[in-house]
Write a protein that binds this ligand. Structure first.
Ligand code: HEM
Ligand code: HEM
Length: 182
């Protein structure tokens, strides 16, 4: 590979990647603790889960906008073709879930006739879909399943990053961090 080929993600891509990663893991833990809490704490904790979920939606739209306007480093040419396909497939599914989970949550919340309180700063209105608790419930079920799928994919994504960093030494983590050898 010639020296002038970009090997790292841009600073903006790195910043958004790590912000979104922390927010997603936090939001998963918040959803779990809400599930195990009693009313009225349950409602309050889900309130944080919903607000953080909307923040993730906004960060992801920013991430995609950034991705379309800044060069993305090509995957290292030493990757096996199955690794290339698997890595890209996981990335695409991440973007689908990062948009689909919060939009689905917002939609289900709207079918229950609820607004979202954004950390006490402002209110995000319900989408104009009318009330339909049954449909809201089904969407929430799909949402919880999608959230679980995401957790397994995150585990796979981390294993892949560690393999490419410490076994294959093809860059791995350092492609998403401003230091280290790529
Ligand atoms: C927890 C939620 C996470 C999400 C949703 C996520 C999502 C993504 C996405 C969508 C990409 C592709 C970037 C692009 O080409 O647009 C990516 C790349 C990457 N992620 Fe994550 N990530 C997460 C956590 C992590 C963690 C914990 C690590 C480290 C252990 C990590 C390491 C990396 C690395 C090294 C890349 C660059 C892959 C390459 O070589 O091209 N990610 N991530
Ligand atoms: C990227 C953002 C989001 C992620 C990663 C996420 C993830 C999750 C996960 C993993 C669960 C399952 C918890 C469990 O079963 O123990 C869950 C449940 C839930 N989420 Fe989200 N969520 C996000 C955004 C939202 C938003 C924006 C809302 C609402 C506006 C929302 C509302 C809910 C509710 C009410 C449940 C409980 C569903 C049920 O079990 O009936 N989530 N979420």
């Amino acid at each position: 590979m010639s020296e002038n080929v970009q090997r790292r993600y841009s600073a903006g891509a790195m910043t958004l990647h790590w912000l979104i990663a922390i927010a997603v893991i936090a939001n998963w833990r918040i959803a779990e603790s809400a599930e195990h809490a009693e009313m009225p704490a349950k409602m309050e904790i889900f309130g944080y889960h919903k607000a953080l979920g909307i923040a993730i939606l906004v960060l992801t739209l920013g991430r995609l906008l950034w991705r379309w306007t800044h060069p993305v480093p090509p995957l290292p040419s030493s990757l096996a073709s199955w690794e290339r396909v698997l890595a890209r497939a996981v990335h695409v599914i991440f973007y689908v879930l990062l948009i689909g989970l919060p939009l689905g949550g917002w939609l289900a919340n709207s079918f229950n006739g609820r607004e979202i309180d954004f950390f006490g700063m402002f209110t995000i209105p319900a989408l104009p879909v009318g009330e339909n608790k049954e449909l809201g419930e089904s969407i929430y079920e799909a949402h919880a399943t999608g959230g679980e799928v995401m957790i397994y994919l995150i585990a796979l994504h981390i294993l892949g990053a560690l393999k490419h960093t410490f076994f294959d030494k093809t860059g791995g983590l350092w492609r998403m961090l401003p230091w280290g050898k790529v």
